[in-house]
Design a protein around this ligand. Sequence first.
Ligand code: SF4
Length: 378
Amino acid sequence: MSTSNPVNLLDFDVDGLVAWFAGLGEKPFRARQVMRWMHHEGCADFDAMTDVAKSLRAKLKEIAVVRPPVPVRDSISADGTRKWLLDVGNANAVETVFIPETNRGTLCVSSQAGCALDCAFCSTGKQGFNRNLSAAEIIGQLWLANNLLGAARDQAADLEAGERDNGRIISNVVMMGMGEPLANFDNVVTALRLMLDDHAYGLSRRRVTVSTSGIVPAMDRLRDECPVALAVSLHASNDALRDRLVPINQKYPLRELMAACQRYLERAPRDFVTFEYVMLDGVNDSDTHARELVALVRDVPCKFNLIPFNPFPDSGFLRSPAERIRRFASILIDAGIVTTTRKTRGDDVDAACGQLAGQVQDKTRRTVRLKQEREIRS
Ligand code: SF4
């Protein structure tokens, strides 16, 4: 007879599963066997784990499950970008986006339902904070995408052949979906460990990126506990502007953030930080802002990724014109900073960055409130 409250084995990294198996009186190699079935083969059915002892399979069926989040919508854009809307219960939904490119496939993973940080230009921030995702719900996005893209077997073959990263359908993971990953630290780190572990997904640290708005103490913890590639949502060149666009800046201002980036690079798998910078017409996109940025990042080895803003209803911002973005980029490039401008992908399925929450319930009715406030002011 199965228990009414089974343990979801996707919640464990390898050490966690070994410890849980020890509690059942099982050897560590059994945990690693089950780990490989779950993550290499994409298997959720204990009966199908044929090299696991029958008695253990029967025990697991009673007390455990392998339960990823449930997709409620699956959309494919004309450019191949694929977006899943995942039900995480209590009318909460999060999104996972797969972006195929010529030489890599990137999965953009969410870490929270909603977000508390309230960045002024972000549609996820507009819906308020609902809850942290569990480790199972975070790694479950990779599990699910691997299975739905038919990638699980390719990955198992890759790992057996001792290869890394090349030719995999999902070669890169970016924690850039809904939520601030470092505000859900423990669950995100458990999921990161699974992404990196050869018993699970075996991705290179250089191909797993955490994107943060700049929670300085958590950046230091990540450096110590699980350093992966780092992206920072910068979006402003001075504190007055960033206080407004990215309110966490009021707590951790730019000087502290830049120092944290330098500390992070001491242990990072890449020798640069990627600064994300959303281009907002007439707000943060002038030549002066670009020159301010050059001075700001002088001591931080970095690349810039300029993101043309994707307007959403009542955002109050417009996308910078293409010529302005080119001019802004040229100032950074002339100063010797590698700068790219993000291609807008998946527009026709609302999967482009900053639109992740477009179809998700506005929990706090904040969008409506902002609209009312704007009408009152005008
Ligand atoms: S940009 Fe990131 S940190 Fe800011 S509100 Fe949106 S999801 Fe949260």
